[in-house]
Design a protein around this ligand. Structure first.
Ligand code: ZN
Length: 250
């Protein structure tokens, strides 16, 4: 009996450690030297996803060291986040391409999707669904977003429209919606136009959150400033999307 009791106690002591084994790993890359509003967002995102990791029992690591963007290292992670930054060298780009080709997951925010003629990374433009940065609104303002597909797991449970906290909104030309592989999840509502004061968006079809169905990825335009995580509805989008991307590989 005494031995049995000891065994029960040993199990009880061991259980919390076992229960805390992370189910999967997530790695976030960010920059602490980018423009202030982009760094503020990155720090808030790290806090938000660290809390989510604790609740959902996965491991979450954030780093500014892009040297860690190697094929061997990335292979350990189910999802990689880019918080307003992207690979700095050709080797890091190649490692990321390999990671995505092998079923890796990616969640990119705001400036992580920025690309223009100086970027010189055609693979990435294709990966983003053909979206090329064309312009932006200024100053950061809230905007009404409408749901394109309520059934998609990344946005499931969200209302048909909601007001997203102040953000710098990007214009894409061409629009990723023109790509047959792109599934748009959220779009800027035309009711926002004209949007901006100094830099004004007067109209147009502007996807805000989308996935290129050829990859396990979601891009989100949110990510400018320290108010992005102030809306529970939008926070649900951020949590749902990461959890959807982190589903086990088939
Ligand atoms: Zn910005």
């Amino acid at each position: 009996m005494k031995r049995f009791l000891l065994a029960v106690i040993a199990l009880w002591v061991a259980l919390p450690a076992w229960a805390q084994q992370p189910t999967f790993r997530v790695l976030a890359f960010y920059s602490d030297t980018a423009e202030r509003d982009h760094v503020d967002f990155a720090r808030d995102a790290i806090r938000f996803y660290s809390d989510l990791a604790e609740r959902e029992h996965f491991s979450f690591t954030a780093t500014t060291h892009w040297e860690d963007c190697t094929a061997e290292n990335l292979a350990q992670y189910r999802v990689v986040l880019w918080l307003n930054d992207l690979p700095h060298t050709a080797e890091q780009r190649t490692a990321f391409e390999q990671y995505m080709a092998h079923g890796g997951g990616w969640l990119g925010f705001h400036a992580a999707g920025y690309n223009d003629e100086s970027t010189q990374w055609p693979w990435f433009v294709d990966f983003l669904g053909g979206a090329v940065f064309y312009g932006n609104s200024w100053p950061p303002l809230p905007a009404t977003l409408t749901l394109d597909d309520p059934a998609h797991p990344g946005v499931r449970g969200l209302p048909a429209s909601f007001v997203s906290p102040p953000n710098e909104w990007y214009i894409w030309k061409p629009s990723p919606r023109r790509n047959k592989n792109v599934h748009v999840l959220l779009t800027l509502s035309p009711s926002n136009y004209p949007l901006g004061l100094k830099d004004v968006i007067y109209g147009g079809d502007l996807p805000v959150v989308w996935t290129n169905t050829r990859y396990r990825m979601i891009y989100m335009n949110m990510g400018h400033g320290d108010r992005i995580f102030t809306d529970p509805t939008q926070n649900q989008l951020f949590a749902n999307s990461l959890l959807w991307l982190s589903r086990p590989k088939k």
